[in-house]
Design a protein around this ligand. Structure first.
Ligand code: C5P
Length: 308
């Protein structure tokens, strides 16, 4: 009797362990042919991909780790402590305070197009292909009107900061990338008093966008992109690179358009031929970001579309 009970106990333990293993495996899978978070990972990718880092700011996760506090303060050249808690309170009395994108699983196949602003989109005819994705993520000044053939017309997410803000339609999530506390205050001002018209330069005092779709990127996530993915190269990562890494975390399949130089080596925007500044100059390390993007492509984690 004692022996039978012992084997029953061992059997139950084995069943539980198999169940746990199955659950762990299925959590990593998705319904696409290739999943971002597969179970047999490449060590280079595993070393970098940290799924527990908070992606979007909420009331509940608003407290920074000491390292993020330090990094964010140094980014804005001063202390952010003075009114951060009050700003967070106001933010989430105005904008959704929700847990987003924790729905990964075996039944989800979310395809995403991350669309950078490179001139290599010109003449690409990628428009219909871009629009066929579940999420189409654009950033900064990116226009679609007049460029539909090459860049598409659908935008589910548009990442901006005050100095790069544009109006968007009601089907688009405004995603704020906050580089400083004033950026959070600006977001509040834009939808309430409209009194902030300057940061280090003139900024839009009002933005056309659906308040109920506003999302705020977590500074913890920005530091993770900078320190883990970019290995602290440049001063801080570009909006495009931040959105690219975000897409690895919220999508099952990622296709990347409009990143890197055009065929003739220019780094201009598809909507502004006069802009020829190389992304390697200034605060961003464009070539480092590009090389990591290329590596993700070589490792089959993303597909890059270069336009030629
Ligand atoms: O120039 P801007 O920051 O608005 O462009 C958005 C993003 O598109 C950049 O952050 C960068 O990641 C990407 N980009 C690029 N090559 C270009 C222009 C932009 O990779 N020539």
């Amino acid at each position: 009797m004692v022996v039978q009970t012992k084997w029953l106990f061992v059997g139950i333990i084995i069943i539980c362990l198999v169940q746990i293993k199955l659950n762990l495996d299925s959590e990593e899978m998705c319904a696409c042919i290739h999943c971002m978070a597969g179970s047999k990972e490449d060590p280079w990718f595993l070393e970098r991909y940290k799924n527990l880092v908070p992606k979007l700011l909420s009331r509940q996760n608003s407290e920074f780790s000491p390292n993020t506090q330090k990094w964010w303060e140094q980014l804005q050249g001063g202390s952010s402590e003075k009114n951060y808690s009050a700003v967070v309170e106001t933010l989430f009395s105005l904008f959704p305070d929700e847990e987003h994108y924790s729905d990964a699983g075996p039944h989800r196949c979310r395809t995403c197009a991350v669309v950078g602003n490179s001139g290599n989109l010109e003449g690409s005819h990628y428009g219909p292909l871009i629009d066929a994705h579940d999420f189409v993520i654009r950033m900064n000044k990116a226009p679609t009107a007049g460029f539909e053939k090459d860049v598409g017309s659908k935008t589910t997410h548009h990442a901006i900061y005050p100095e790069s803000a544009v109006d968007m339609d009601n089907s688009t999530h405004l995603v704020l990338v906050p580089f400083k506390i004033l950026d959070l205050e600006w977001l509040i001002s834009v939808f309430t008093t409209k009194h902030i018209t300057r940061t280090y330069t003139g900024v839009k005092s009002t933005v056309q966008a659906d308040m109920d779709k506003v999302m705020i990127l977590h500074p913890e996530f920005m530091r993770y992109v900078y320190e883990v993915w970019l290995q602290k190269q440049g001063k801080y990562p570009s909006t495009g690179f931040i959105m690219l890494v975000l897409s690895l975390h919220i999508c099952d399949q990622v296709n990347v358009f409009g990143f890197g130089a055009s065929k003739d080596g220019n780094w201009h925007h598809y909507y502004d031929k006069r802009y020829h500044q190389h992304l390697n100059t200034g605060v961003h390390r464009g070539s480092a970001e590009y090389n990591i993007t290329l590596k993700l492509h070589q490792k089959n984690k993303i597909q890059m579309y270069k336009g030629w």
